[in-house]
Design a protein around this ligand. Structure first.
Ligand SMILES: Cc1ncc(COP(=O)(O)O)c(C=O)c1O
Length: 387
């Protein structure tokens, strides 16, 4: 095109310049494990590929390929690879860029299974790990060892939604020849592009906002081709590929990503601001609130905020926490997020005091319901948390 088009438009049109079979507006789900060649000679002279370049869905699939092209465009990376889950993507990236004796620096507040992958699985293969809070650049500089291969970031990170300065960390890493990775599931490419800030590899649990409807599991590794080629070989060997049907659902989710994120930004902030004004909430952890200790950094490296955040209570009895949850009518209780339904999780985050009271952390996911209804629901329940 001879004029610039916006990302939302590109997302709808990219890879769809030629009509799909029968003039269908939605892409075909190429639900096959195998692609055959017309002749054995053709196959043998094209490294096992057929005339369309395909061999086997563990290697490549046209439906999945279309999703990958769209996600690469969204993240501003040369390419992207899809996996059967976020953890399959993260594990494949770790395994590609570490070896026995390698050292990894990881943010301590990363998603717990990501931490566990490093500290309970990769350590068995001789990988060394240092966890850092990630909140100041000096901490990263001090953690670097001669064998550091990888710095793993998640910004904002799980549960407390702490940030890392992506530009500063990537500059530091580059000066030492260290690869940087960042889990961008929370902000999504609509609100943050880690690669544009210097991060080498961007990771996603596409089971969250990218899919957007709580009906699929998927993961993404995005970056430059030089990094993705070895990750592609790992994917082929470990087999953690995305299924074509899930790829098609992901494609459908992406169509409305920018609309859903706009809504998530507004609704999430509205509910977080309301909670911050309630005496029962001792602290609200949302990077979009001016009270968040890294709000200025959030404004500098993100264009908006998603709708997953947490709040802390004053010391309360366990029964009060469960009474609060029991009174809610519009929130369900479950661990994922990024779909249409609002969710709540909660647990005591301190030991009980002499009166049997502890401070609780509640994680809230604001879905696509009207935020005023969600606030009314919380209003009817929050008295239960009065110390
Ligand atoms: C921040 C973050 N990264 C990665 C994952 C893992 O993704 P998946 O569940 O798709 O394997 C999750 C899942 O909850 C997550 O919250």
């Amino acid at each position: 095109m001879d004029y610039e088009i916006s990302l939302e438009t590109l997302l709808q049109h990219l890879g769809e310049e030629e009509p799909f079979p029968y003039g269908s507006v939605t892409p075909p789900i190429v639900q096959t494990s195998l692609f055959t060649a017309r002749t054995l000679r053709e196959r043998n002279t094209q490294q096992g590929r057929n005339e369309f370049g395909y061999t086997y869905t563990r290697v490549d699939n046209p439906t999945v390929r279309l999703v990958e092209q769209k996600i690469a465009a969204l993240e501003g990376t040369e390419d992207a690879l899809c996996f059967g889950s976020g953890m399959a993507a993260i594990a494949s990236a770790f395994l590609t860029f570490t070896e026995s004796g390698a050292h990894v620096i990881c943010v301590a507040t990363a998603y717990t299974p990501t931490r566990m992958l490093l500290e309970s699985l990769l350590v068995r293969y001789g990988v060394q790990v240092t966890f850092v809070s990630g909140e100041c650049i000096e901490e990263f500089a001090e953690a670097i060892l001669p064998n550091t291969r990888l710095i793993y970031l998640e910004s904002p990170s799980s549960l407390y939604f702490r940030l890392q300065d992506l530009r500063a960390v990537s500059q530091l890493a580059r000066a030492h020849g260290i690869i940087t990775m960042c889990d961008n599931s929370w902000a999504t490419p609509i609100f943050q592009n880690p690669h544009a800030l210097g991060i080498d590899i961007v990771l996603h649990s596409a089971s969250k906002f990218l899919g957007g409807h709580s009906d699929l599991l998927a993961g993404v590794v995005a970056g430059r081709k030089e990094h993705l080629e070895p990750v592609r070989r790992t994917r082929e060997l470990l087999g953690g590929v995305l299924d074509p049907l899930a790829g098609w659902l992901l494609l459908r989710g992406l169509r409305t990503l920018s609309l859903r994120m706009e809504r998530a930004h507004k609704s999430g902030l509205k509910v977080a601001e309301w909670l911050a004004a309630q005496p029962q909430a001792a602290k609200v952890h949302h990077p979009g609130l001016p009270t968040h200790p890294q709000h200025a950094l959030a404004q500098a490296q993100m264009r908006g905020y998603s709708s997953l955040f947490s709040f802390e209570t004053h010391p309360i009895q366990e029964e009060q926490a469960y009474a609060f949850a029991d009174r809610l009518r519009l929130f369900r209780f479950g661990c994922s997020w990024g779909g249409y339904e609002s969710l709540l999780l909660g647990w005591a985050q301190t030991e009980s005091d002499a009166n049997g009271k502890a401070s609780w952390l509640f994680r809230i996911y604001v879905g696509l319901e009207n935020p005023d209804d969600l606030i009314r629901d919380l209003q009817g329940a929050i008295d239960a948390l009065t110390p």
